[in-house]
Design a protein around this ligand. Structure first.
Ligand SMILES: [Zn+2]
Length: 185
């Protein structure tokens, strides 16, 4: 199942990484006890194993949508990519021109609060299924007072971990990404 990608050898050593710093479309997040370093016993080649990456991207987007700190340009672009939308499509959803959206994504103009709320709502609606361990709170999203400070979360990266999550319908358990507690300072 985890054969070496280089030589095909079966004997690989997995080592769980306590804190793994990972970048998704410009957003740096920390992954707690969930990523494996893979070392091939035969050829020595090394790799990294991140499970359910699509679910991780969704979890980052849904989680970020609930944090009332204004989205910076990089985060806006990340949200759009997580939604799988082109600039033209997202611009149409937000009733602006693609050129306008581009100015937001490049940080030349801040996105107005009403459109930012719409984008956050859209992200949660479209992506919550892929991140079922993250709680969605639509009332909080509607009522959200967004802090105007625009430096994103660079100084305080979001943390995530894989958890065994029981599906409500099937009662089956799957590994899903959830938010993890911040490290004690
Ligand atoms: Zn190998």
């Amino acid at each position: 199942m985890n054969n070496c990608g280089k030589c095909g050898g079966e004997a690989v050593t997995l080592r769980r990484v306590a804190t793994f710093s990972h970048e998704v479309s410009g957003i740096v997040v920390e992954l707690k006890d969930s990523v494996f370093e893979v070392v091939c016993d035969a050829c020595g080649s090394q790799g990294t194993l991140i499970q359910n990456h699509e679910g991780l991207v969704a979890a980052v987007a849904v989680s970020r949508a609930h944090i009332p700190v204004k989205l910076n340009g990089t985060e806006l672009r990340f949200m759009r990519k997580a939604l799988g939308l082109t600039a033209t499509k997202l611009a149409a959803r937000l009733d602006v021109t693609p050129a306008h959206l581009s100015r937001w994504e490049h940080g030349h103009r801040p996105i107005p609060a009403s459109q930012e709320r719409s984008l956050r709502m859209l992200a949660v609606i479209e992506l919550q299924e892929r991140a079922p361990a993250i709680d969605s709170d639509f009332k909080a999203l509607c009522d959200m007072e967004i802090s105007p400070i625009r430096n994103g979360l660079d100084d305080n990266p979001m943390r995530f971990e894989l958890v065994r999550f029981k599906e409500r319908d099937t009662r089956e358990k799957h590994d899903q990404w959830d938010t993890a507690e911040a490290l004690a300072a």
